[in-house]
Design a binder for this molecule. Structure first.
Ligand code: MG
Length: 186
């Protein structure tokens, strides 16, 4: 577990980062591709951001927990999570507030120890309870006005990266992450 820094609440207390998928980890586009007749199923394409991915890896390495939660279900989300080492993945979530409560129970964290990023109305039950709620620049207005952190960047375009860097700085681990690369560059 990450070392406590004794800093003020909100971003500095974050132990669990909960991320919506469509519109947060992606631009929100869902590209369907229908195979020719006879193939077993269609394809669903999503585009993720490589710099978001790097920050998710750093978060995990520094002992933060990261979870993906989405109302939809697709194999590409499983694959992205597996690539990054994210094991807390909740797909096909009908009611995000209830799923958030279940995740807290399972992980043992309190709501105030979580940061959450969402972009649309269905994320509000989580954003209303999370200790550090954030959203991409292009989130719905009702979401933006309820978030403590509004990224300068859109979903799939660096919003998650900026959110995580804010959490790293508040938690006193940004310098450690940066130093690792600065030292390696010498
Ligand atoms: Mg969304």
């Amino acid at each position: 577990m990450r070392k406590k820094t004794g800093k003020p609440p909100l971003a500095s207390k974050v132990e669990l980062v909960l991320l919506d998928v469509d519109g947060v980890l992606t631009r929100g586009d869902i590209v369907y591709a229908e195979p020719d007749a006879g193939a077993a199923e269609g394809l669903e394409l999503k585009m993720f951001n490589v710099r978001d991915g790097s920050a998710i890896r750093w978060a995990l390495r520094e002992g933060l927990q990261v979870a993906f939660m989405t109302g939809r279900r697709s194999r590409v989300v499983e694959r992205r999570a597996a690539d990054l080492g994210v094991t807390l993945v909740r797909q096909g979530v009908k009611e995000k507030g209830a799923a958030f409560a279940a995740l807290l129970k399972e992980t043992g964290f309190r709501a105030e120890q979580t940061a959450a990023m969402g972009d649309d109305l269905m994320d509000l039950p989580i954003l209303a309870r999370a200790g550090f709620p954030g959203c991409p620049a292009d989130a719905h207005e009702e979401v933006r006005k309820r978030c403590r952190f509004v990224s300068r960047f859109p979903g799939g375009g660096g919003a998650v990266r900026e959110f995580l860097e804010e959490i790293f700085r508040a938690g006193g681990i940004w310098d450690k992450i940066l130093t690792r690369y600065m030292e390696a560059a010498k």
